[in-house]
Write a protein that binds this ligand. Structure first.
Ligand code: UD1
Ligand code: CA
Length: 502
C-alpha cells in the first residue's frame, strides 16, 4: 500500500483560483518532460537507444516532433483559450553527449545521474522546469522510448487535465496482451485507484487489461513535494506510477484518457524496433494515401516520415523514398525505385532507377535502370533512358540521354542529345574536370569527351569520336582524336547517321 500524503497548500490554492471553471482560465502553461535516461541495454548497441533510427528519424526525434506538433493539433486549435507550450526538457543519463549533439537547442536538458526509476527521473527535471518563464502550471511527462504516441492524443490528455482540473491525468489503453505494462486498477465506481506495476501486481491485478501508456499530466505545485517524499519500492526504484495512488488517496482528482494500444508500443530491443517500424510505415503510407497518393502495394513500399508527395502521384511496388525528399503531383514512381534526399517535380516518370541528392524538374522521365548521383540536375522535360548515369551535372531542358551513357561534372544547354554509349572522361586519375556542352549539341554514339572540354552550341560529334579539344559551335568533329571536318549552318542537319535516338 502506498503512503498517503495530505494535499499540499499550493494545490489547494490552485484549485481555489480555478474553481470558477475551465472557461474562466486565462492561460494554461505547460512544460513537457521526456524521460530518456534509461541505459537501453537490451538494444545491445554502442549507439544510444534514443538515436536508433525509426523510419529514418531517431527515436527521440519522433517524440520531440510529436511534442512540437501538439499546439497545431485539431484539438488545440479548436480550443479558444491561450495555451503556452515550453520547449521540451529531456532527462538524460547514459551517452548523453551523443544525444545533446544530435538535438542541440531543439530541447532543454536535465541530467539524472543515477537511474533510480521514472519518479526519480522526473524529479531530476525540477530545477529546469522551475526556471521556465512563464512558470508552467502543468507538467506533461512522456517516455523517450514510446515513439508512436500521436500529438493529437497528447493534446487530448492536456485538455482533459485542464478541463477536469485534475492533480494527475494519464493516458491508458485496452490491451489484449497487457504483458509488462502497468495495470490500471479502478474502484467499483470506476475511479482510478492506482497504477500497479507488474512486479508488484497480484494475480487478480495482472488479469486487468487496461494499461498505463506512459503519458501523464501533473499539477506542478503538487508534483514536486510528492516526488520528494515518494517511497522507494522493494525493487530499489522510485515509480512515477505510484503518484496515481497517492493522488487518489488524498481525494484529489485523477483523470484518464483512453488511447489506442498501438501508440503505446515501447522500444526496449531491436525486435520491438522492427515492430514499431512496421506500424509507423503503415501510418506514413496511410497519411499519403488519405492525402491523394496512390500506393499500389503498401507491403513493399517504404517511405520515411520526412518525405512529401503531391496529389495523384502513383507509387509502384518495391519503391523506397527516404530523407528530405519531395515528389510533385501526378508522377509515376517505381517499380523498384529508390529516391533519397531528392526533389522531383510534377508529372515525372521514374522507373526502376536510383536517385540521390539530385533534382528532377517537371516532366522528366527516367529509366528503367538509370542512376542520378549526388548533384545531378535534370531540367524540365529531360528524357533519360536506360543504363544512363549523371553525377554533379546539369542537363538542360528537353535534352535526351537515352542509352548507356555517363555525364559527370558536366553542364549542358537545352535540347542536347547524348547518343548511345557516350561518356565524359572526367577523371584523369588525380583530379576531376568539367565538361560543357552547348545548346542543341549532338553527341554521336560512343563519343568520349576528355575533360576539361567544351562543345559549342549546335556542334556535332561523329560516332566513336574521342574529343580532346574544344569544339567550336556549328562544327562537326570526327575521329580519334576528333578533328573538325566541316562547319554546319543552322538549317543544314548533318548526314552522318550516327545518332541512336529513339
Ligand atoms: C513504464 C511504466 C509502466 C508503463 C510503461 C509504458 C513506470 C514505473 N512504469 O514501464 O506503468 O506501462 O512504462 O511504456 O514508470 N527512465 C529514466 N530513468 C530511470 C528509469 C527510466 O529516464 O531511472 C526512462 C527510460 O529511458 C524510458 C522511460 O523512462 O524512456 C520508461 O522507463 P522503462 O524502464 O522503460 O519503464 P517500463 O518498464 O517500460
Ligand atoms: Ca519501456
Amino acid at each position: 500500500m502506498v503512503a498517503s500524503f495530505p494535499p499540499t497548500r499550493h494545490f489547494l490554492n490552485y484549485r481555489k483560483k480555478t474553481e470558477k471553471g475551465f472557461n474562466n482560465w486565462l492561460m494554461n502553461t505547460y512544460a513537457t518532460v521526456v524521460l530518456a535516461a534509461g541505459k537501453g541495454t537490451r538494444m545491445r548497441s554502442k549507439l544510444s537507444k534514443l538515436l536508433h533510427p525509426l523510419a529514418g528519424i531517431p527515436l527521440l526525434g519522433h517524440v520531440l516532433k510529436t511534442i512540437e506538433t501538439i499546439p497545431s493539433t485539431p484539438s488545440f486549435l479548436a480550443h479558444n483559450h491561450d495555451i503556452y507550450a515550453h520547449r521540451p526538457i529531456v532527462v538524460l543519463g547514459h551517452a548523453s553527449e551523443q544525444v545533446t549533439e544530435a538535438f542541440a537547442s531543439r530541447c532543454l536538458y536535465a541530467t539524472q545521474y543515477e537511474q533510480l526509476g521514472t519518479g526519480h527521473a522526473v524529479l531530476a527535471a525540477q530545477a529546469v522546469v522551475d526556471a521556465l518563464d512563464p512558470l508552467p502550471e502543468t507538467v506533461l511527462v512522456c517516455y523517450g522510448d514510446t515513439p508512436l504516441v500521436r500529438a493529437e492524443i497528447l493534446a487530448q490528455v492536456l485538455l482533459e487535465h485542464f478541463r477536469q482540473q485534475a492533480a494527475v491525468t494519464f493516458l491508458t489503453a485496452q490491451a489484449t496482451l497487457p504483458s509488462d505494462f502497468g495495470r490500471v486498477a479502478r474502484d467499483r465506481q470506476g475511479n482510478v485507484r492506482a497504477i500497479v506495476e507488474v512486479k508488484k501486481a497480484t494475480p487478480e491485478e495482472l488479469s486487468l487489461t487496461e494499461v498505463n501508456s506512459g503519458v501523464y499530466c501533473f499539477d506542478r505545485s503538487w508534483l514536486w513535494p510528492v516526488l520528494q517524499d515518494l517511497p522507494r519500492n522493494t525493487t530499489g526504484e522510485y515509480y512515477l506510477t505510484d503518484l496515481v495512488a497517492i493522488a487518489a488517496s488524498q481525494g484529489l482528482k485523477v483523470a484518464t484518457v483512453q488511447g489506442m494500444m498501438d501508440e503505446t508500443i515501447g522500444i526496449n530491443d531491436r525486435v520491438q524496433l522492427a515492430a514499431a517500424e512496421k506500424l509507423l510505415r503503415q501510418r506514413i503510407l496511410e497519411r499519403h494515401m488519405y492525402a491523394g497518393v496512390t500506393i499500389v502495394d503498401p507491403a513493399t513500399t517504404y517511405i520515411e516520415d520526412s518525405v512529401q508527395i503531391g496529389m495523384d502521384t502513383v507509387i509502384l511496388p518495391g519503391t523506397m523514398l527516404t530523407g528530405e525528399t519531395t515528389i510533385g503531383a501526378e508522377c509515376r514512381i517505381g517499380p523498384a525505385t529508390t529516391i533519397h534526399q531528392a526533389h522531383i517535380g510534377d508529372r515525372c516518370v521514374v522507373r526502376n532507377s536510383a536517385i540521390e541528392d539530385s533534382v528532377l524538374e517537371d516532366e522528366v522521365s527516367m529509366g528503367p535502370f538509370s542512376h542520378c548521383r549526388a548533384g545531378a540536375h535534370l531540367a524540365r522535360g529531360v528524357r533519360m533512358g536506360n543504363f544512363a548515369e549523371a553525377k554533379n551535372s546539369y542537363i538542360g531542358a528537353e535534352s535526351d540521354m537515352h542509352h548507356f551513357s555517363y555525364l559527370g561534372d558536366t553542364t549542358t544547354g537545352e535540347h542536347v542529345n547524348i547518343a548511345a554509349g557516350s561518356i565524359t572522361s572526367n577523371f584523369d586519375g588525380k583530379r576531376k574536370h568539367r565538361t560543357t556542352i552547348g545548346t542543341g549539341a549532338f553527341i554521336g554514339c560512343d563519343t568520349t569527351l576528355i575533360a576539361p572540354v567544351t562543345i559549342g552550341d549546335h556542334a556535332y560529334t561523329g560516332a566513336g569520336a574521342v574529343v580532346t579539344k574544344d569544339v567550336p559551335p556549328y562544327t562537326l568533329v570526327v575521329g580519334v582524336p576528333a578533328h573538325p571536318i566541316r562547319s554546319l549552318r543552322p538549317e543544314e542537319p548533318p548526314s552522318t547517321g550516327n545518332g541512336a535516338k529513339e
